[in-house]
Design a protein around this ligand. Structure first.
Ligand code: 13P
Ligand code: SF4
Length: 321
C-alpha cells in the first residue's frame, strides 16, 4: 500500500496499487477538497467531497477552507475556483479538459461584439474563459440564468453569451429580448429529436427531461428543463418511474443512486457514436486525479488583472442567486 514515506515527487507516471487509499492520503497531506461535476466518471464522483452543477461547485469553491482544490471537471470550472481563490492551489487532472462551448467565444471577437453595443449589459454563462468573464457584468449558470435576467430592469438591453440555446430558453422564460452570441455545445446540440420521440413511443411512461443547452426542438418535448442539479432533484421527486435524459449521461450515476428503482434512459445522439458523452469531461480519470495531487500539477494559473476583473461578475452572480 502507498505510504507518504515511499511517495516520490518525480513526475513519473507510476501508480500505487491502492489508488483510492493514495488519493485519501494525499487529500490529507495537501489539505485538499475534491470537487466533481456530474459528468465525471462514476469512480471520480464516488471519491469526491462534493458533486454538483456549476453553481453548486462555484459556491463550494467560494466557501472552502481547504488549501488545495482538486477540480474534477473542465477548465472553466477550475478557473472559476482559482478566480475565487487566488491563494489556493487549484489542480485540474487534465489541462486539456476544455469546453466546446467556451471555445465558441474567442475574446478578440467578443470584445468587438461588445464594443458595437456599448449600452448593453453583458451576462455571460459560466461556460466561458476568464477573459470573457472579465468583459462581463454578471455571470450566470444554467440554474440561475432565468433568475438573474429577471432582476435586470426591463429597459436595459442585454448581451447574453456564449450559449445561444440557453439564451433562447431564458428569453422564452422571461419574455425578454436579448442579443445572443452564437455559441453552442457539441454534446447538447447533438441530441436527436427524432430518436428521442421514437424512444418516447417505445417508453410512453417515461418523462423527457433536458438541459437548457439542448436545441429548441428537443426542449419542446421536455416536461422539465433544468441544470444538472435541478434535473437530479426533479428525477428524485417526480412520481414518474422512468425518464429519457437529454444531457451528458454522466448524470445517470447519481440519478440511479438517488432515485433507485426508477429507470433512466440516456437520450441518443444523431449518429451511432458516443457523442452524447462530453469528450472534455471524460479526459479526467482517477489515475490523472491521483497524479495531479502527487505532482501538484497541472495547476490553474491566471494573470492577476484578468482574475480580478473576472471576479466581480462572479461575485455579482453569487449575490443575485
Ligand atoms: P450545469 O451547471 O447544469 O451542471 O452545466 C454544466 C455544463 O457544462 C453543461 O454542459
Ligand atoms: Fe462544455 Fe458541452 Fe462539455 Fe458542458 S457538455 S463541459 S458545455 S462541451
Amino acid at each position: 500500500m502507498f505510504t507518504t514515506a515511499t511517495r516520490d515527487f518525480t513526475k513519473t507516471n507510476s501508480l500505487p496499487d491502492d489508488l483510492l487509499a493514495a488519493i485519501v492520503a494525499l487529500k490529507q497531506e495537501l489539505n485538499a477538497i475534491i470537487l466533481a461535476h456530474y459528468y465525471q466518471e462514476p469512480e471520480i464522483q464516488d471519491i469526491a467531497d462534493y458533486i454538483g452543477d456549476s453553481l453548486g461547485l462555484s459556491r463550494q469553491a467560494a466557501n472552502t477552507d481547504a488549501d488545495t482544490i482538486v477540480f474534477a471537471g473542465v477548465h472553466f470550472m477550475a478557473e472559476t475556483a482559482k478566480i475565487l481563490n487566488p491563494n489556493k492551489l487549484v489542480l485540474l487532472p487534465d489541462l486539456d479538459a476544455g469546453c466546446s462551448l467556451a471555445d465558441t467565444c474567442p475574446p478578440d471577437a467578443f470584445a468587438k461584439f461588445k464594443a458595437a453595443r456599448p449600452d448593453h449589459l453583458v451576462i455571460s454563462y459560466i461556460n466561458c474563459s476568464a477573459a470573457i468573464k472579465a468583459m462581463s457584468d454578471i455571470i450566470c449558470t444554467s440554474s440561475n440564468a432565468v433568475k438573474i435576467v429577471s432582476q435586470i430592469p426591463r429597459d436595459r438591453p442585454i448581451i447574453f453569451a456564449p450559449d445561444r440555446n440557453l439564451g433562447r430558453y431564458v428569453m422564452e422564460q422571461t419574455g425578454r429580448e436579448m442579443v445572443l452570441w452564437d455559441g453552442s455545445c457539441i454534446v447538447h446540440e447533438n441530441f436527436s429529436e427524432k430518436k428521442i420521440v421514437q424512444l418516447k413511443v417505445q417508453h410512453p411512461e417515461a418523462e423527457i427531461i433536458a438541459h437548457p443547452e439542448c436545441e429548441p426542438p428537443v426542449l419542446r418535448h421536455a416536461s422539465y428543463v433544468g441544470s444538472t442539479t435541478a434535473l437530479l432533484k426533479y428525477a428524485r421527486e417526480s412520481l414518474s418511474s422512468a425518464f429519457i435524459v437529454a444531457t451528458e449521461p454522466g448524470i445517470l450515476h447519481q440519478m440511479e443512486k438517488e432515485a433507485a428503482g426508477k429507470r433512466f434512459i440516456p437520450a441518443p445522439p444523431t449518429t451511432n457514436c458516443a457523442c452524447n458523452e462530453c469528450p472534455y469531461m471524460r479526459l479526467n480519470t482517477l489515475e490523472k486525479l491521483y497524479l495531479s495531487m502527487r505532482n501538484r500539477a497541472p495547476e490553474i494559473v491566471l494573470p492577476e488583472e484578468v482574475r480580478a476583473a473576472a471576479l466581480r461578475p462572479i461575485q455579482r452572480m453569487l449575490e443575485m442567486s
